[in-house]
Structures are given as structure tokens and as C-alpha cells.
Design a protein around this ligand. Structure first.
Ligand code: HEM
Length: 468
């Protein structure tokens, strides 16, 4: 049976009057096609993007089985907004459980309630709109350094898209937020460890068979080694800052000096988890998006040329600078359209903390909810020619017709990514600089495919950067 043949079951409680006489919320339909033990996990694992996208054909809220667990999938843009904005749901569920070994329980990405509010207050100043220009020089330096390396490389050399994208992402995050000049040799270590850890965590999310992952199998050993190395790296970063006795005005100083609600210094574990919670998702998402942008520049030379012309009109031929970014509207639209079609964060989860209701369906306390920004952003009901790469759909006269919450790559509400301005500035600058300096060509053997893990990015992309 294929996912197309998933069938609705009759809602068990539909139409049953509630105590006040109003119809009680219905049980969402169960997606068909699950198998004993794994439920829908194997379908999700086999073709996750198609699986999540096709769920919309079966309702705005659908029940799934992931291993022994029942999970509720939300497929309508408006309901994903309602979910993200409602206090009835917290950060939890398969995605966040799978990430707990990495992110811990005391960092901003995984904490809930008052702890999360306090942590957001600590990190927020580093990401405020008026703080971003302070990062401009580092973003410019790293972007132009990347272009210089490619220009100075051997003619015709194939770019290692993955490690180059990670390198910029890790270095910019570390240098801007942690003032780390120590990243040179650690960037490679961090990239390797992140790749193994995110892959292992994705398997644990989709097929949550806990004890299996404790067996001494090679894949489990590799995962544990990479995870330990990541934590060690973060301990080294913190220890070095302390040993230096310096207190630069950055996020690491803010974290080291943060106080809890009683005015006492926060614990070592919380400092550690906070650094991990900022460095790792930040690097993974930016790197994934740069890889997608490289693919787009190679696949759509007409848009690469348009970006180049726009940059030239703004700069008059000098190297593009951070201060130019807000004038680069087409370049920005290329970034947004790339994030629509290949969103780094393609899946998100929540947990209901109370018996509640979503879109007229009953959601019991403790239920895990999942939704896919990828599926929402590929919905033909929201987007004309939804599979087409069309940056001009983000021009104001056209974007006003796109439904609310049909494009929220940084999410909304109290868990919204703090780094939206930071990320958009960096990605626009990188796109502008690279499209101006190079024409990108796929080389023989390049077979880009979406690589679906905790994040989404192209893999198998082999490119040559031809200087312009
Ligand atoms: C293309 C780039 C990025 C995308 C698409 C992205 C996307 C997201 C999304 C969708 C969330 C919300 C998760 C949820 O609702 O469950 C999030 C949260 C978060 N992001 Fe990003 N992100 C990006 C870059 C970054 C960067 C560069 C950093 C840090 C340097 C960062 C740090 C965080 C943190 C700390 C959270 C947790 C916030 C909280 O729970 O309060 N992100 N991100």
C-alpha cells in the first residue's frame, strides 16, 4: 500500500454532544497504511517529504503511529500558526526528544515555562535588530574570505559544498556570538561531529525504538563518539573564555554572567546547554541553507545574473558590504524562495499540556503534534505553481495573496527563532557576494537530492565556481 491510499477512519467521537450540548471535538482521522511495531515510521523514513505533504489530502489534523506512539500531524497553515501561538502546547515531542542528548534540558531551545522565558531574556539582546550591524564586519570578512578561497583555488576544482557551507556558518556564529577566534581547527571537528549527531538523532526520531540505540553497534558507537566530541568542544570554548579572564560584550559573556530568578549565578550545566543550543542549530540551519542557495544559483543562472545586476547597481562595482543588504530586494527574495522550496527546518514538534482542541479536533493532554514547514510551503492551495522557483512571488503586490502562516521559516510565537534578522542578513550577503563573483556549474557526477534528516539540505551536489 502506498501513502496515496491512506484512508480516513470514521472519527470516533464526531458529532457526539458535549456536556454543554455543543458537539464534542472529533477524533482526527487516522492515516491508513501503518504496520505493526513501526506504525507509519517506515513510510516517514522512506520518503518523509512526500509522506508529510500528502497528509494534507486527508485532513487538517491527522493521527499517525510512530512506533508505539500516536502522533497528531497538522497540515493547514492557519492551524500551524494556532499551534505555535497557543499556550496549550510546549516544546517537546519526537523532534525535541531526539535532540535532547545534544541540546540537554536546560538550554533555550528545549526549556519550557519560566526557565525558557528567563533564557530568552538573556540571549535576546545579542539578536536584536540594532545588534546585527555590529556583526556586519565579521559577516563581510567571512563571506569575502570564502569567495577569495574559491577564486584562488585550482581552476575547474570541484567545491566541497558541505564542508565549505558549514565552515562559514560555524565561523560566523562562533565569531559573532562567542567572539571565538579559536574556531579555525575546531570548525572541521564541529562539522564532522554535527553531521553524525544530526543523522543519528533523526533515526531516533523517526523510528523511536529506544533500547536498540543502546546496543554496541558501529552506528551507535559512532553516534556516541560524535556526541561526546561536541560536548567536549563546548566545554573547551567555555573553559578558554574563563581562563582568558576577558569579558567582551558578547553572548558568551551574557551567558557566563546570567543570574537565575533568585539572583544567583546559573549552573554549569545550564551554561553548557545554552552554548550548545545556540551554536549547533545555528550552524546546521545556516549551512543547510547556503548549500540550497548554491544549488539554486547553479540551476537558475537567470536569477544569479539578476542578483549580480542588482548588487552592481547598489555597489557600483566595489565588494558588497553588510550595509548594502537592505537594498538588495531581489537577492533577499531569492533567499526567501530558496527557503520556501528547501526549508532547513522542515519538521517541528510540540506536546499538548492539557486536553485541548485544534481545528475542531480533540487533542488529548500529553499528545505529540508534528507539522512540516516543507509541506506547508509546498501546498498548491497556498502557492500558484507551487513547485516552481519564482522569487518574484515575494514582491509586495504578489505576496499579499499568500495565506498567513504559509511561510514562516523562523516560526512564530514565543519559540520563534531569535536569529531571524541575523540569518537573513548573513544569507543575503553570502548570496550577493557569491553570485557576483562566480557562475556556478554542476560538474559531471553531480546528482543533487534532498537529504532529509533533522534538517533538510541538498546532498550529492558537485559544483564548479567559475570566476566572472
Ligand atoms: C536559516 C537559518 C535558520 C532557520 C531557518 C531557523 C529556524 C528556526 C525555527 C523554525 C525555530 C523554532 C523552532 C520551533 O518552533 O520549534 C528556531 C529556533 C531557534 N533558533 Fe533558529 N533558525 C535559523 C538560524 C539560527 C541561528 C543562526 C541561530 C543561532 C546562532 C539560531 C538559534 C535558534 C534558537 C536558540 C532557537 C530556539 C528558540 C526558543 O526556543 O526560544 N537559529 N529556529
Amino acid at each position: 500500500m502506498t501513502v496515496e491510499s491512506m484512508k480516513h477512519e470514521t472519527p470516533e467521537t464526531a458529532g457526539t454532544p458535549g456536556t454543554d450540548g455543543a458537539p464534542a471535538p472529533a477524533e482526527p482521522p487516522l492515516a491508513g497504511g501503518g504496520v505493526p511495531l513501526l506504525g507509519h515510521g517506515w513510510r516517514l523514513a522512506r520518503d518523509p517529504l512526500a509522506f508529510m505533504s500528502r497528509l494534507r489530502d486527508h485532513g487538517d489534523v491527522v493521527r499517525l503511529k510512530l512506533g508505539p506512539k500516536t502522533v497528531y500531524a497538522v497540515t493547514a497553515p492557519a492551524l500551524t500558526g494556532a499551534l505555535a501561538l497557543s499556550p496549550d502546547y510546549i516544546i517537546a515531542g519526537p523532534l525535541w526528544e531526539s535532540l535532547e542528548g545534544l541540546l540537554g534540558k536546560e538550554g533555550v531551545a528545549t526549556a519550557n515555562g519560566p526557565l525558557h522565558r528567563r533564557q530568552r531574556r538573556t540571549i535576546q539582546p545579542a539578536f536584536r535588530l540594532d545588534a546585527i550591524p555590529g556583526y556586519g564586519p565579521v559577516m563581510e570578512e567571512e563571506t569575502h574570505e570564502l569567495a577569495r578561497r574559491w577564486r584562488d583555488g585550482d581552476a575547474g576544482e570541484t567545491i566541497d559544498c558541505t564542508s565549505e557551507s558549514f565552515r562559514v556558518a560555524v565561523r560566523v556564529a562562533a565569531r559573532c556570538l562567542l567572539h571565538g577566534h579559536y574556531m579555525d581547527e575546531r570548525a572541521e571537528r564541529l562539522c564532522g561531529a554535527l553531521a553524525s549527531v544530526f543523522e543519528g538523532m533523526y533515526h531516533r526520531m523517526v523510528v523511536p525504538l529506544g533500547p536498540l540505540y543502546r546496543l554496541p553497534l558501529p552506528a551507535n558507537r559512532e553516534f556516541n563518539r560524535a556526541l561526546a566530541d561536541l560536548h567536549l568542544l563546548v566545554d573547551e570554548i567555555i573553559a578558554e573564555r574563563r581562563a582568558s579572564g576577558q569579558r567582551p560584550d558578547d553572548l558568551l559573556t551574557a551567558l557566563l554572567e546570567a543570574k537565575d530568578d533568585n539572583g544567583d549565578p546559573i549552573g554549569e550545566q545550564e551554561i553548557h546547554d545554552q552554548v550548545v543550543a545556540i551554536l549547533t542549530p545555528g550552524s546546521e540551519t545556516i549551512a543547510a541553507t547556503i548549500m540550497s542557495l548554491l544549488l539554486v544559483l547553479a540551476d537558475h543562472p537567470e536569477h544569479a545574473d539578476k542578483v549580480r545586476a542588482e548588487v552592481h547597481a547598489v555597489t557600483g562595482g566595489r565588494p558588497v558590504a553588510f550595509g548594502d543588504v537592505r537594498k538588495l530586494t531581489h537577492t533577499n527574495n531569492v533567499v526567501v524562495e530558496t527557503m520556501r522550496l528547501l526549508p532547513a527546518v522542515w519538521i517541528l514538534t510540540r506536546r499538548a499540556v492539557t486536553d485541548t482542541e485544534l481545528g475542531g479536533y480533540r487533542i488529548p493532554a500529553g499528545a505529540d503534534i508534528v507539522y512540516s514547514p516543507y509541506a506547508i510551503q509546498h501546498d498548491p492551495r497556498s502557492y500558484e505553481r507551487h513547485q516552481e522557483f519564482d522569487p518574484d512571488r515575494w514582491l509586495p503586490q504578489r505576496s499579499k495573496d499568500i495565506p498567513k502562516y504559509a511561510m514562516r521559516p523562523f516560526s512564530v510565537g514565543n519559540r520563534k527563532c531569535p536569529s531571524d534578522h541575523f540569518s537573513m542578513a548573513l544569507l543575503t550577503l553570502v548570496t550577493a557576494a557569491l553570485a557576483t563573483a562566480f557562475r556556478f556549474e554542476q560538474v559531471p557526477g553531480s546528482r543533487p537530492q534532498p537529504r532529509v534528516g533533522i534538517t533538510l539540505r541538498p546532498q550529492g551536489l558537485r559544483l564548479r565556481a567559475v570566476p566572472r
